[in-house]
Ligand binder design. Sequence first.
Ligand SMILES: C[S@@+](CC[C@H](N)C(=O)[O-])C[C@H]1O[C@@H](n2cnc3c(N)ncnc32)[C@H](O)[C@@H]1O
Length: 543
Amino acid sequence: MTPPSPTTGQVRPLPDTEGEPLYPGKRPRVDKGKSASGSSQKTTKFAKKNAKRLKKQREHQPDLCSPEDVQWKDIVSLLGEDVVNNAIEESREFQSPFEFLEIVELEVKAVCSNGDGLAQSGVEGAKPWVVVVPFTLPGERVRAKIFKNARMHSIADFLEIVRPNPELRDDSRVKCQYFSKCGGCQYQMLSYEKQLEFKRNVVVKAYKNYSNLSESQVPEIQSTMPSPEQYGYRTKITPHFQAPPTKADRDLWQKEIAEGKVPDWLKIGFNIQGQNKVIDIEECPIATPVLNDALPNVRKNIHDTIHTYKKGATLLLRDSLETTGDSPKNICITSNHATIRETVGDFTFEYLASSFFQNNNSILPSLTGYVRDAIFSLYPSDDSSRPTHLIDTYCGSGLFAITLSPHFSTIAGIEISGDSILYANHNAKLNNIPSEKISFRKGDASDIFQTVSEFPPEKTVMVIDPPRKGCDDAFIQQLLKFRCKFVAYVSCNVHTQARDVGKIIKATENDGEGRRYVLESLRGFDLFPQTAHVESVAILKLV
Ligand SMILES: C[S@@+](CC[C@H](N)C(=O)[O-])C[C@H]1O[C@@H](n2cnc3c(N)ncnc32)[C@H](O)[C@@H]1O
């Protein structure tokens, strides 16, 4: 049976030609003359294949909250639901007005949550269609080269700005020589205030599209918390390089290396925007100065030893406080097995170089301080009902548990990574927090409810800081049973956060328990200036 044609009210499918990710490494090949000539048998075979592919495209549904899904919602919002629904009803949704590799001039109308411009043909009466063009801003006229056609939209490479929007763009702000090629940053041409405004809008859209909450249930979203450092903040970078070419060319490039040359194919850096291809990067202005100082040597080491590699590899450069010597200084660590040290306010943290730690140290005191204030500012200082217990789920090496420890009498943390838990316990000692007060255990987040059965829910705050995919249902169900007074949901993916927060609030609306969660406050945090990424903190309160 053919599945019913989806409508915009449902989760919108975004087509995906070969089931590859949104920005495929492999771009479509030009099938020169494949359909134009050849035997009729061949043509029929080709037509059948095409029909099959179109059917697959029509049926494809992106995962809820996936980058494709987020982008699709922005596309629908720009085109209008009716327009999209009509096109789908009439099976026109894959009829792109643009050819593969066509160069087009377009008007940018909006910016997508991932930072790409959403453009349309400026010609009156043109077919409703969106072209996604990175590095462009609303109000600009741009030239772009189409490289993929999909449902109601195409994806294009940015070529040039034909007419800038001077209210938004000032290219003299751009500090990186690779900007508009490297896929790392999207917003260097924008003022910092505008970047924060754009990111606030991402939070607004995420809660509109994914929380399932009514407008009145979502509080006014606060302005995005700025990062004290807007360049030179990234304490970790992971440049990579691709595998050396096959045997056939090996003699040639080994000769080049022997002559002290760097072979042409050897690029050490980050992915080119929209491609699975590396751009050679000699400096990264958003990385901290010590990482930039170390990069030339790290690169040289690969140039000198590339003949020993059979595969590509990812390098690690991490900023750390030197643990020996009298005066602390920052150094670059490149070993996955080393211990990294950094301070957050008055606290010291150590963690394994290969494990998770937030990548922008400069904003961490604001982030952890915000969680503290968002809760304790609701109580007078002598109020006996102030929270006393803290649960830090997805706790890593103990960032929230430890920085918030002065404000609680009892703290428990849980984390799936054994290495991080070892360091969380170590960090508790390092910061002189007694073991009777704080404990960390390795396990799935949902296991924490066994540990905290003695915690008084009415006086307990739970921090949730999951990976991008958010929380699973098992965890949410137990959280709903436990029902602590506050949940501080910290997230690196505001879309899954909105989904989970919506689930929690909706589940307590009419469940007969008498008390429900409300969304007390919502704020984006700019952990990654110059990029389109935003982190978000939602405070839920049981009322
Ligand atoms: C975004 S990080 C947050 C870490 C910590 N809160 C911090 O800010 O440094 C998410 C953490 O969740 C951990 N994690 C992933 N899945 C988990 C699970 N099912 N249960 C517990 N922890 C998990 C990861 O190992 C990672 O340390």
